[in-house]
Write a protein that binds this ligand. Structure first.
Ligand code: FUC
Length: 807
């Protein structure tokens, strides 16, 4: 059987599709038992609602949503670079910045002075002075929809199934009409940069449909069609950005009839098509325009010539599986015949424990699936909706918010072994350095670069006027953390020297000249605003913690790259920088420098815990009193919040080493912030919560942020037995773990670099043995709650815990 075939286990039946021929046969239970648990989302109905029921497929640049209507199947898609707004916008556009030489730095000074006299200012008071109306910000756009109108007798339809296989990133719709089985397959190929769909039937000559493409009204449309192609092109009314899409179709037997704006295909055995879609966007400040969209689309289309459907599917599956299959998670879940909405609805009520585990495993892997599908080299990073969007005015423009959201999108990338999803993030941030330098100069009269709350694909690094959220100059510093973390995971010296360090140093330069000294000689951030909560003050916890993290990392990086001068400069400032870690009157970790915390606040942002996660300055293992304060804060905020807020709390509790509480918050997220298609619900749909929860689950099983690898740091009692393989620890170390009755059973380590590896594991100190592949015993040096050993690069080391005999 080919790898491209589909195997799906339904009540002891295996339905296999090889090419377009459909076979249904009963298997022996022995064979059925050896099949892996299908990692799939499934529905028994077409989607009625795009947001909660469609199945998302994508390749980073292109994202499409499978609705699977029986007679009207609309495949709506989006392409990351199709945005309104920007420098050519009819609304006008200035990157959110006042002109060079304006009096903005003086206004800023006046707010700083007021804060040192009055301690607090309301967001409204500050926004009146420092906020700024902006135009031409734009929004991510829907690109177009492929419409497939069929001629089925809906009353005769049986066995409808719509599924998304996470192991292959292929969506399928199948149903029977009378005695004919129909099947549609959909995927988006990264290697061939195209959306691909195939429609087939179990009997010849049964395919009959009208095929067309439609797009939104906010653009000019030039539509043309032939016996093989439909081409759609035009420009957005707002900014003249060109778009072009070519749908190219192939049918076996049957004939075509050309109608106005649609092609009818009659009596075919099979139909398949590809869609390419491009714009003339270029990620280059300040104009953001490149090659003509139509010629780009034609070039993409020409690359597909000569490829069969099977070629496309094989290329796609080979590319995708290589990434996805690196991590396996087994929580002793049970294969289930329940549809995904039923599995979700039964969570912690009618489901068995094994079904609940099946949902959790699916949700974990779905985060990885969504990241691979929405972030690959050559395009923009995953935005608030990943890559999927059906709107002309998307919520928050489906942009890049940097007071938590963009960061959360990438927390899982290294730890769940998907570094190939990171280039779009780094390319994007690199492209913000130049406009961000204008922001530093025009707003702060400072060197270096920064950005504020939110950014778009047009280098917007400036201001908006919304008091509740406009001031976040720590944006660049927080993004710089991702560069250094990627270095920590890989120890890639070239990446550090060439990409990470310049970005980190530029972000640090900005702060070295912007920090304010208080009367006690502490360096503070002023004005400072704890995301979307409370008043403006000087030195809010999160601001201080982020800058502390930035300067600590940059100083370490300077040491590695041999920049002694800057290392000295930075260390000097660090010595007097308030770290933002204060314990308040009710034992809480203070959100502000003054003890202002309201015990009854359940605000979704718990920004003062940045030092706990994603930072590493606070931990039960290194700073137990501060960790206790963080726990008090987290308890007072409760386990609710928007989707991303819950996802962050999973990470917080994991870092506090409380697996049961982390699991409880994961349950809250599944119960109250998850749509039927398992998309995270802010509300509305927002993808950060998916990514944050997957990262949180990884954090429950493996941590490596304190210079040691902590095995099963926050294992919940709901997961007594299990296994995970392929996670990455910092240092370029791949880890596999298996546990039984809540205790580590075995572990495997493979390091990309020869180095000493420190292991923390409470169960493994006395009786464990460490062996290499040849069975040689490796010396384990005891350390508190663990051991260390010298690893040679590329060698598998197997740790056996317990006195069970080695095999
Ligand atoms: C931040 C959050 C909101 C929302 C928005 C996109 O401002 O506070 O909840 O997620 O980003």
């Amino acid at each position: 059987m080919q790898t491209s075939s589909w195997q799906h286990k339904i009540s002891g039946l295996i339905i296999s599709y090889v090419s377009c021929v459909l076979l249904i046969y009963v298997t022996s239970s022995a064979w059925a038992d050896t099949l892996p648990m299908p990692l799939a989302l499934s529905f028994t109905q077409p989607a009625l609602d795009w947001e909660s029921e469609s199945l998302p497929i994508g390749n980073g640049a292109l994202g499409a949503n499978v609705m699977g209507g029986i007679n009207e199947d609309i495949l709506q898609f989006a392409e990351k670079t199709l945005w309104t707004g920007g420098p050519q916008s009819k609304q006008g556009y200035d990157f959110g910045l006042p002109p060079a030489g304006s009096d903005y730095p003086q206004k800023l000074k006046s707010i700083q002075n007021q804060l040192s006299e009055q301690n607090q200012l309301t967001p409204e008071e500050v926004a009146k002075v420092l906020g700024r109306d902006y135009q031409g910000y734009g929004s991510y756009q829907s690109f177009a929809s492929v419409k497939m109108n069929f001629f089925h007798n809906e009353k005769a339809i049986r066995n409808y199934q719509r599924s998304l296989q996470l192991n292959s990133a292929v969506a399928r719709v199948t149903f029977t009409e009378n005695d004919v089985v129909y099947k549609r397959e959909y995927f988006v190929s990264y290697p061939d940069q195209a959306i691909v769909t195939r429609i087939c039937a179990s009997q010849k000559g049964k395919i009959h449909l009208n095929l067309s493409m439609v797009t939104a009204p906010n653009r000019s449309v030039n539509y043309s069609q032939s016996d093989q192609q439909i081409t759609l092109q035009g420009v957005l009314n707002d900014n003249g950005l060109q778009y072009a899409s070519i749908l190219s179709f192939h049918h076996k037997n049957g004939k075509t009839i050309q109608h106005k704006n649609s092609v009818e295909i009659i009596g075919a055995d099979e139909l398949w098509y590809t869609v390419v879609a491009t714009t003339n966007y270029r990620q280059q400040y300040p104009n953001y325009r490149g090659t003509d969209a139509l010629s780009k689309a034609q070039q993409s289309q020409e690359k597909l010539l000569g490829l069969t459907y099977e070629n496309l599917l094989t290329n796609h599956e080979n590319d995708y599986r290589e990434l996805f299959s690196r991590v396996t998670l087994d929580l002793k879940q049970q294969a289930t015949t329940l549809s995904t909405p039923a599995l979700l609805a039964g969570y912690q009520s009618s489901n068995t424990a094994e079904q609940d585990r099946a949902l959790e495993v699916l949700y974990f892997q779905y985060g990885r699936y969504l990241l691979i599908s929405s972030s690959r080299a050559g395009s923009l990073p995953a935005n608030l909706q990943g890559v999927w969007n059906q709107y002309e005015h998307a919520p928050w423009s489906a942009d890049y918010h940097v007071n938590i959201n963009l960061q959360m999108n990438y927390w899982l990338a290294d730890v769940t072994n998907l570094p190939e999803t990171l280039p779009p993030l780094f390319d994007f941030i690199d492209s913000l350095v130049e406009p961000g330098a204008q922001t530093a100069l025009r707003l702060f009269d400072a060197p270096g670069w920064t950005l504020l709350l939110n950014t778009n694909i047009w280098g917007f690094t400036g201001l908006i006027a919304w008091p509740t959220a406009f001031w976040q100059p720590e944006g660049a510093a927080w993004m710089a953390q991702h560069y250094f973390e990627h270095y920590r995971f890989t120890l890639d010296q070239d990446f550090l020297t060439q990409r990470a360090y310049p970005v980190m140093l530029g972000a640090s330069e900005f702060w070295l000249s912007t920090l304010q000294k208080d009367q006690q000689g502490n360096w503070l951030i002023s004005p400072s605003y704890s995301p979307e909560h409370g008043n403006f003050t000087a030195g809010a916890a999160m601001s201080q913690q982020i800058i502390y993290d930035l300067l600590t990392n940059t100083s370490e990086a300077a040491g590695i790259v041999g920049d002694a001068e800057n290392q000295k400069r930075i260390s000097k400032v660090l010595a007097n920088l308030a770290p933002g870690l204060l314990i308040g009157s009710w034992g809480q970790l203070q959100e502000w420098r003054q003890d202002l915390d309201d015990k009854s606040s359940e605000h979704r942002h718990v920004s003062q815990l940045y030092a706990l996660h994603p930072g590493n300055q606070l931990s039960p293992l290194t700073t137990p009193e501060l960790a206790q304060a963080a726990l008090t804060t987290l308890n007072s905020r409760g386990d609710g919040g928007t989707g991303w807020s819950k996802a962050w709390k999973i990470n917080f509790w994991a870092r506090l080493l409380d697996g049961d509480r982390a699991h409880k918050v994961l349950s809250e997220q599944l119960l109250h912030s998850t749509l039927k298609n398992l998309w995270d619900n802010h509300p509305p749909y927002q993808i950060d919560g998916n990514f944050g929860a997957t990262a949180g689950i990884a954090e429950m099983l493996l941590q490596s942020h304190l210079g040691e690898i902590h095995l099963l740091p926050a294992l919940p009692s709901a997961w007594p037995n299990g296994q995970i393989s392929g996670l990455k620890a910092r240092g370029g170390i791949t880890v596999e773990l298996a546990w039984l009755n809540g205790k580590l059973q075995h572990a495997m380590f493979n390091s990309q670099h020869s180095q000493i590896i420190n292991i923390r594991c409470t169960d493994c100190t006395d009786v464990s043995q460490l062996r290499d592949k040849q069975g040689n015993l490796i010396t384990m040096q005891k350390r508190p709650d663990g051991f260390n050993f010298i690893a040679k690069s590329g060698v598998n080391y197997r740790l056996l815990v317990s006195s069970e005999p080695l095999n």
